[in-house]
Design a protein around this ligand. Structure first.
Ligand code: ZN
Ligand code: ZN
Length: 429
């Protein structure tokens, strides 16, 4: 087949009608949970000032160094497509004076992000994310609640083998010392590190702990661990997070190598994976990630404000739902009734009847563009409708309608103004 002249940009994808039900399912679950826990939804522009991300995500991160879609506007502004949501949400929090509202402020979001990455399975350059942020609360109970929310969402999506991993990466009080300790340790072993980690040694030594390369594993295993070097406050905070997790019965593992890719995290960091029961790293897929970021609001120009949040990549979840063969709401969205009509008067009455069904929240398919009954019934067959309602010229005049059972072919005739109630009864069976 010849390639069409125009194609989707590399690494991006269309979301076709049959795919939409996954997004809807996720959206419905997420917004229900957001309501329950008192989160308000926020939308921010897809474009933000580039500096928001170089400051808020970090100049040394891959995201800012290599993955941003940036542009200069005709007016000379430097803007970037958002590569993540936390910095824009914090920007909006400060700009809209939300710091003056009763705290904590709980926000959630759902929308696309952009990163110029090497296209590969499960990774898109335009991908959808949803996330939850709590601003203005330093209690560790929030860290646990965020973990609980994401765990519950993934559970409600019926994803299997969920693994929660947590760590603390300290704060400006204790992390600098630990980083020094870590840098000293890796410097004496620099020759054995992979190429990337040699770079990380100079730029962001914590990221070496994140390295998945074979070569670095034995060196990592012997490295000093942050949990042994937390200051009193961070230690206590982390201990309480774990106690809350025990209390709400969320199973978790401590992972001393979990540091997360972004610079702005403090104290608690966590990820939720889906994995097979065997402990192979490679068979695990990271689904959700987040943590506490007590420094970000101030860094972006606001008052000192504690905060905690997390996000999930939606395409990854959808792929997992497909591979775990989780069917999405086919039953509810299946259309079981088809409305067929013959002749001008019937067509007009059908339009009105369709409205009655819509108000009753009963889905009805139609094909008003077709005039032949045969064509309409074959359409009803194709979509798998259980019943066809047939409104012919004679029935229209008599204010009656035929209900045809598509499987048995049995027909009955009822009053037009009774058909909605009648069909509701039939569908319940
Ligand atoms: Zn490495
Ligand atoms: Zn500390």
């Amino acid at each position: 087949m010849r390639k069409p002249k125009f194609q989707c940009p590399t690494g991006m994808h269309d979301i076709l009608p049959e795919e939409q039900k996954y997004y809807k399912k996720i959206y419905d679950i997420v917004s229900d949970i957001a309501d329950f826990y008192g989160f308000g939804k926020i939308d921010t522009p897809i474009l933000e000032e580039t500096e928001l991300f170089s400051k808020g995500v970090g100049l040394a991160t891959d995201i800012v160094k290599k993955q941003m879609y940036s542009l200069k506007t005709k007016g000379g502004d430097f803007l970037s497509l958002r590569p993540e949501w936390t910095a824009p949400v914090v920007r909006a929090y400060i700009e809209n004076g939300m710091q003056n509202l009763p705290q904590p402020l709980k926000l959630w979001y759902f929308g696309p992000c952009y990163r110029y990455e090497r296209p590969q399975a499960n990774r898109y350059r335009q991908f959808w994310q949803f996330g939850f942020e709590v601003l203005g609360e330093k209690s560790p109970v929030i860290d646990a609640q965020i973990i609980q929310i994401f765990y519950n969402i993934l559970r409600e999506l019926k994803l299997k083998n969920l693994i929660v991993e947590v760590n603390s990466i300290g704060d400006s009080n204790c992390r600098p010392y630990y980083k020094k300790l870590l840098a000293n340790y890796f410097r004496t072993r620099e020759a054995s590190l992979c190429v990337d980690c040699k770079k990380r040694l100079r730029e962001n030594v914590l990221r070496i702990l994140d390295c998945k390369g074979e070569k670095c594993q034995p060196i990592k295993a012997e490295a000093p661990q942050i949990l042994d070097h937390l200051c009193e406050e961070c230690h206590l905070h982390f201990k309480e997070v774990l106690e809350f997790l025990d209390e709400i019965e969320i199973p978790y593992n401590l992972n001393p190598y979990l540091v997360r890719g972004l610079d702005y995290y403090t104290k608690t960091v966590f990820e939720i994976f889906s994995g097979s029961s065997e402990k192979k790293e490679s068979s695990r897929i990271a689904l959700a990630g987040g943590g506490r970021y007590d420094k970000l609001v101030k860094l972006l120009g606001g008052k000192e404000t504690s905060a905690c949040g997390a996000a999930i990549g939606i395409e990854r979840i959808i792929n997992l739902m497909k591979s775990q063969q989780i069917k999405q709401g086919d039953k509810e969205t299946e259309t079981q009734i088809f409305l067929a009509q013959l002749g001008g008067l019937s067509k007009r009455k059908s339009l009105k009847l369709l409205e009655d069904f819509r108000k009753a929240k009963i889905r009805v398919a139609e094909s008003f563009g077709r005039d032949s009954l045969k064509a309409q019934l074959s359409r009803a067959d194709k979509i798998g409708a259980r019943y066809a309602l047939i409104l012919g010229q004679k029935e229209s005049l008599e204010e009656m309608i035929i209900i045809r059972n598509m499987k048995s072919g049995k027909q009955e005739i009822v009053k037009l103004n009774r058909v909605v109630a009648e069909m509701r009864k039939k569908l319940k069976k």
